[in-house]
Design a protein around this ligand. Structure first.
Ligand code: DGL
Length: 266
């Protein structure tokens, strides 16, 4: 079984790619909605939550872990790997390298949480690509949460999501004289607003996310592991907050019959 977690529903964008890449595997997904959002919280809170969730998933029998959250990966993956040296742990990071390969103009926008963009891990990633492109960083306060809230599909929350996207896109496109031609979705929630973002950015801008690359990497990491017994692949969805939000999101994007339960992860 592969354990997957995020602060909320965002990691479902990674889970979708994981299930497509690894159709024979079982997954337990935890949405930490009771302790979210992560993006505007300090690294100590995110690290404590990442450790608690990893401990919980290992207790449930996870043989590998996917940290389906850029903010948690940036804050805690080094520590999780130290604490669980035998567990394959795969994280996500904003897809800056693929964006460099795709961009024609060399101007790349990066939409991510404040926590991700402020992390030393992101700073290192940026430094490793110095001189290869001009990156415009946009900390999208509140955007992940607007996406989380819009799962109910109501006119009111959809309008709030439109507004949140518009604010971020305007800030990104007007921060420099020449706007980017490529925009990295550096938070796993953002692919669920890709249509709205694409419409606001315009058709000339290409969006890049990480779900499929992470799924391919996970498959590569699992190849060396011992054979797992033949059993029907399963999916368990747990939320530390309101399981209805996770269930609605999973029914829309993962499996129309999905159901979610509440879990306590202190
Ligand atoms: N989905 C998370 C990420 O990839 C963060 C969302 C949040 O702010 O909680 O960064």
């Amino acid at each position: 079984m592969i354990g997957v977690f995020d602060s909320g529903i965002g990691g479902l964008s990674v889970l979708k790619a994981l299930r497509a890449e690894l159709p024979g595997e079982s997954f337990v997904y935890v949405a930490d909605s009771g302790h979210a959002p992560y993006g505007e919280r300090d690294a100590a809170h995110v690290t404590a939550r990442a450790r608690a969730l990893t401990h919980h998933l290992v207790g449930l029998g996870a043989q590998a872990l996917v940290v389906a959250c850029n903010t948690a990966t940036a804050a805690a993956i080094h520590l999780l790997r130290q604490e669980h040296p035998d567990l394959p742990i795969i994280g996500v990071e904003p897809a800056l390298k693929p964006a460099v390969a795709l961009s024609q103009s060399g101007r790349i926008g990066v939409m991510a949480t404040r926590g991700t963009l402020a992390s030393p891990k992101f700073e290192q990633l940026l430094a490793s690509l110095q001189g290869q492109a001009r990156f415009v960083l946009q900390p999208c306060d509140g955007l992940a949460w607007a996406i989380e809230n819009s799962v109910d599909g109501s006119a009111e929350t959809s309008k709030a999501l439109q507004q949140a996207c518009r604010e971020q896109v305007q800030a990104l496109m007007h921060s420099e004289s020449q706007p980017p031609d490529t925009v990295v979705l550096g938070c796993t929630h953002y692919p669920f607003a890709a249509d709205v973002l694409q419409q606001l950015l315009g058709p000339q801008v290409q969006l890049v996310d990480t779900g499929e690359a992470v799924a391919r990497q996970t498959r590569a990491r699992l190849q060396g592991l011992a054979e797992r017994p033949e059993s029907a692949p399963g999916l368990v969805l747990l939320s530390t907050g309101d399981p209805l939000t996770l269930e609605q999101a999973a029914r829309r994007w993962i499996d129309p019959n999905a159901s979610a339960q509440q879990v306590q992860v202190p």
